[in-house]
Ligand binder design. Structure first.
Ligand code: DQA
Length: 145
């Protein structure tokens, strides 16, 4: 029986493919969902892949995952750098959370160097494009089994 795993995506990630491809790559979010679903199957996860441009949706989904899933991989987009609500939601649940980013946020503008959620998560992966998602699934696999 595959373990449920949430992969959560924040604002503007629905525009992947056409959004700054030099930074984020050419994959659409649907491409990344397909990669995650396939890799999840190999690792024994049933991936529940979601995206929202609204902070409260992400908070609700973190709570939901805390009750129903074994872990979360989250690319919170720009909310990474601003959201105390996401930090608090992650702290409120017991399952492991891995923060991920397509780009290397530390090699970009200074306002991207600070993550509000990093102190609340198990670990952070960034800079590997769509492969950051796969690495996050492997990280979750190694700490949930
Ligand atoms: C991002 C990095 C964030 O700084 C940015 O706001 C995003 C995408 C990434 O995946 O590289 O929306 O999370």
């Amino acid at each position: 029986m595959a373990s449920p795993l949430f992969v959560l995506n924040g604002p503007n990630l629905n525009a992947l493919g056409k959004r700054e491809p030099g930074i984020y790559g050419g994959h659409t979010l649907a491409d990344i969902e397909a990669l995650c679903t396939a890799e999840g199957e190999k690792l024994g996860f049933a991936v529940d892949f979601r995206q929202s441009n609204h902070e409260g949706d992400l908070v609700d989904w973190i709570h939901e995952a805390g009750d129903t899933a074994v872990g979360i991989a989250i690319n919170a987009g720009a909310y990474t750098h601003t959201s105390i609500a996401l930090h608090d939601a992650i702290r409120a649940i017991k399952i492991p959370v891995v923060e991920l980013h397509l780009s290397n946020v530390h090699a970009r503008e200074e306002f991207r160097h600070k993550s509000m959620i990093a102190p609340a998560v198990k670990g952070v992966i960034c800079g590997f494009g769509a492969h950051s998602y796969i690495l996050a699934l492997h990280a979750l696999s190694s700490i949930t089994k």
